[in-house]
Design a protein around this ligand. Sequence first.
Ligand SMILES: [Fe+2]
Ligand SMILES: [Fe+2]
Length: 392
Amino acid sequence: MKRILFVDDEPNVLQGLKRMLRSMRKEWDMSYAGGGEEALRLMEEAEAPYDVIVSDMRMPGMDGAQLLTEVTRRFPNTVRIVLSGQSEKEAVFKAIGKTHQYLSKPCNPEILKQTVARACNLRDLLSDEALKSLSSRMEQMPSMPKIYLELIEELKEESPSMQLISRLIAKDVAMTAKILQLVNSAFFGIRRRITTVDMAVNYLGLENVSSLVLAANVFSQFNTDIPIRGFSLEALWSHSGKVGRNAQTIVKLEDKTKEEVDDAMTAGLLHDCGKIIFAANLPEKYSEVLRLLESEKISLIEAEEKIIGTNHSVIGAYLLGVWGLPDAIVEAVAFHHNPEFCPSVGCSALTAVHVANGACHEMDGAGSINMAYIEECGLGENVQRWLASISN
Ligand SMILES: [Fe+2]
Ligand SMILES: [Fe+2]
């Protein structure tokens, strides 16, 4: 049974949640706290750890952002969800680095149930406890310093250009992931799935993007203090951009909808985000991975699994999934090296990213295209045409 803790300083809100979630009593073991301090006490004293915490933002004493920061530090395996009013936008933005999902008040019970269930299911995918706590300590996805500084400069201009801002964010793997996390959260109540940076920036508007970047420091710069031999941030960014563009071209050639074309592009850009997570959070270990890759002539995936216990496609997909990015993107990231393990077949963002990535002849030697899988998708005859149309 999943254990869920709800935190809100308003007794009426907690009462409302209790009433609303009565039907979930058989599936969830629910507790309620009237503030941050009480929540931490409950978590401390609990016999079994809580799977999910759902917290309000503005509370007297310890506020939501402080509470979630503490929870991240002391109970890293607990999924963190913010449930807050629209007027608390600034506070919500401030907690973005510590939050997996956002919900806005008043909350529709179905959305709350789905959000909690999805977060729990993804967490269960990482069955190994050690892996779960490793992943919760690896939530930093920093940006390319040059793009980050350019974005700050543009935002400080008297009348910043929305077009340039979108273009800068769309060049960066981490900024793209973060902005899609926020815009796809239930907090903004946008019913459509948003898969491109252009759309995200348009929906959020200049004011929100500005306060996200300048006031809330949602994006961070990659720290290059510990150099990783054999790892180049620039090379990874340029590879990601290329896979994004090429995946888009492939899906276009298949006459797919605009939405599917967008999915492929974003999935391509994000497909190797797990490598950034490793390099940023475990630089020493990642150096070891790259050393092993060179000395033993094994694939990058094998080397990562040997040293870290998981690989970049799993960790990347897991994090994007917990952040609530659309399924097609999470699926493409998860299976980009092993599309044959994906339950669904046919032309999808995954197929396009797998081929675009394979065609790039990655430095990690994991760039081969699985033709048996492409045949199974019924697309074997199209591959030559795709390869002829994409850039290398
Ligand atoms: Fe990869
Ligand atoms: Fe790749």
